[in-house]
Design a binder for this molecule. Structure first.
Ligand code: NAP
Ligand code: FE
Length: 368
């Protein structure tokens, strides 16, 4: 048995995590940029953050134009504004989109010579302006991962992740997630479930990763639906955030499998949220992974009483409810790309063009 575990962020979890521990940002400097969307001014997180920064005498600017699935263009816009200023650190506040955006902007500010389109190629740069992460969704785990997912000019998602792209500090307070509506709660929870399941079956998995993944899977299995039905229940919100944090630690070590690549075009070209778009492929991709490693797929599906149980679970929370049109041409184009995804390096099973195409067709039939 041999494995590596690398998890550098200093993480504070729980109610008032930011308010009570935010003073640690003092060590990061005097001037910050907050990258965020619009919802942080509604769920209380932006207010809390401003209070902490004001009390520390840290000067900040709020950049609140980060949209879902951040793009090269959004990065160009932010870079232009901040490239000639001295920025000591960046605070990514919101769902995965603003947190991933903070990491990418951090790379661009620390490496002025690179082009935005070089962002996926970590060989081309070194270092990142320090990032603080404050999640307001329970899904991506970006607060504990090195990953940043950014959509390129053609609408394709790509990502980077390297030892220096983890946040330095993370403050995970479940109370910020209480404002998430039912479908967003579902999609983000399913993203976390996919992270845990994919990390469990990844070729890069390890005993410690499977321990954390198993815990995350059980918590999501037992609490996602309850959280969707009781959005204001803090205890359920806390459980879901705990699970997504665990699942984030899992993918930081083991990576995601090709299952994630299947969902990318369904998000960027058809507008289905990331977690839902990823979850709809999980059963079919696991079947193919099981052709090479039956033991690991059996083990992970046992949490649901088998793959049929997992299918039932996904159906019951509404993963297959997507009113979208997928053409044969879409499937052909997506299959070409997904059958070459870099996630394949850590994925069991053979995902050649024909197999990938068949999975897209199968999932198209499942959608209601
Ligand atoms: P998101 O794209 O950050 O946000 C989705 C929506 O939720 C936005 O409309 C946002 O509004 C809203 N929102 C956020 N917090 C809310 C709250 N507390 N209450 C109500 N609404 C809220 O969603 P996400 O699922 O967290 O992140 C998805 C992104 O992360 C994708 O780009 C995905 O590819 C990436 N991802 C990254 C990793 C990683 O390891 N880094 C892993 C998986 C996925 P506003 O925009 O107005 O704030
Ligand atoms: Fe994900």
């Amino acid at each position: 048995m041999s494995w590596k575990f690398y998890e550098p962020p200093k993480l504070f979890f729980g109610k008032d995590a930011l308010i009570e521990n935010g003073e640690l940002m003092r060590n990061l400097g005097k001037r910050a940029v907050i990258t965020t969307g619009k919802s942080s001014s509604v769920n209380g997180s932006l207010n809390d953050l401003k209070k902490v920064l004001n009390s520390l005498g840290i000067d900040y600017e709020v950049y609140n134009r980060v949209g879902e699935n951040p793009s090269f263009d959004m990065l160009r816009d932010a870079r232009k504004i901040f490239e000639n200023e001295r920025i000591d650190f960046i605070i990514g506040l919101g769902g995965g989109s603003p947190m991933d955006f903070a990491k990418a902007l951090g790379v661009l500010l620390a490496n002025p010579e690179i082009d935005v389109s070089d962002i996926y190629d970590t060989e081309k740069y070194d270092g990142m302006t320090p990032v603080v992460a404050v999640p307001t969704t329970s899904g991506t785990g970006s607060e504990v991962t090195q990953y940043s997912v950014i959509t390129n000019d053609e609408g394709h998602k790509g990502g980077f992740g390297t030892e220096f792209s983890f946040p330095t500090l993370s403050f995970a307070d479940p109370k910020y997630t209480i404002t998430m509506p039912e479908r967003l709660t579902m999609s983000t929870g399913i993203d976390a479930l996919c992270h845990a399941v994919e990390g469990f079956v990844s070729k890069r998995s390890s005993p410690i990763v499977r321990l954390l993944a198993a815990e995350a899977i059980k918590i999501i299995r037992d609490n996602l639906e309850k959280t969707m039905k009781n959005p204001e229940n803090y205890d359920f919100r806390e459980k879901m955030m705990y699970a997504s944090t665990l699942a984030g630690i899992v993918i930081a070590q083991a990576g995601t499998t090709v299952n994630h690549a299947f969902g990318y075009p369904v998000t960027t070209f058809k507008g289905v949220r990331h977690g839902q778009a990823t979850g709809m492929f999980l059963v079919e991709t696991l079947k193919v992974m099981g052709e090479e490693n039956e033991e690991i797929v059996t083990k992970v599906s046992e949490f649901f009483g088998g793959l049929e149980g997992l299918e039932e679970f996904l159906k019951s929370v509404g993963v297959y409810e997507a009113d979208i049109e997928i053409t044969d041409e879409d499937i052909r184009l997506w299959s070409e790309r997904t059958s070459k995804a870099k996630h394949l390096r850590v994925t069991y099973g053979t995902f050649d063009f024909e197999t990938v195409k068949r999975i897209y067709e199968k999932v198209r039939e499942k959608l209601q």
